[in-house]
Design a protein around this ligand. Structure first.
Ligand code: MN
Length: 239
């Protein structure tokens, strides 16, 4: 059986004098490990071509990266807002909305989780340390595959089933988080300080899993429960 085609949203980075369309290969390794065929999607693609892109895909992985421009949830930029990429925002919002309309399975990671919430009408905390002081550290300086805080998963959720657990230690590389939850989504994971760490679609809505941590960074550990998230995406596509 050939593997399903999984679109992985990429980034634009200026490296060694040239703009480059690229992605952290951890996503690629993780999709390959799950039996999928990863296809990198440059964020420079025009939003109006989102449907054309999806015509050649079976599933979608929205990757991490820049902050979502708060203009997309009708807010003014906070002083601690990080880098934004207007072209990436426009392409990914169009891509996700069209995937949702087509009921294409989606796995959304970090920025991807935040983008999905915004695309469906929710809002974000723009800077956890200044807007939500006193919580856990969510922007770790430890290695990418160090697990620095726990998350509690809702028993019986798609997310708990995919991880095979109701508590999991995770890595954390975000300074933003979900503020107002969009309709059509359910919270299925949270950190002990209350920050939302996982979302999924409600019954009857298109298949969606979203996590605030970076499960792809554990790709080299074949015992990591995080592989279950990528396996669940591939299984949803095949189902
Ligand atoms: Mn976190």
């Amino acid at each position: 059986m050939s593997g399903p085609r999984i679109g992985v949203t990429g980034v634009t980075r200026h490296v060694l004098g040239a703009d480059r369309s690229q992605v952290n290969a951890a996503y690629v390794y993780a999709v390959l490990h799950a039996g999928g065929v990863p296809l990198i999607l440059p964020p420079l693609i025009r939003p109006e071509d989102a449907g054309t892109v999806l015509d050649s895909l079976d599933g979608l992985l929205l990757s991490g990266g820049e902050d979502v421009d708060p203009a997309h949830f009708n807010s003014e930029p906070h002083p601690a807002l990080g880098d934004v990429d207007p072209k990436r925002d426009a392409f990914e919002l169009a891509l996700f909305r069209e995937a949702w309309r087509r009921q294409m399975p989606v796995l959304a990671i970090c920025r991807g989780l935040q983008l999905v919430n915004v695309a469906l009408g929710g809002t974000l905390w723009q800077d956890i340390p200044s807007e939500r002081p006193g919580g856990l550290g969510h922007k770790q300086e430890a290695d990418r595959d160090d697990r620095t805080h726990p998350v509690d998963l809702v028993p019986g959720s798609r997310l708990a089933a995919a991880l095979g657990a109701t508590r999991c230690d995770v890595n954390s590389f975000h300074h933003q988080s979900v503020r107002q939850l969009a309709s059509g989504l359910m919270i299925t994971a949270a950190a002990p300080d209350g920050e939302i760490e996982g979302l999924e679609s409600a019954a009857g809505a298109p298949w969606l899993l979203a996590v605030q941590w970076h499960p792809e960074e554990f790709h080299a550990d074949h015992e990591a429960p995080d592989h279950g998230l990528f396996a669940a995406l591939v299984q949803a596509v095949r189902g």
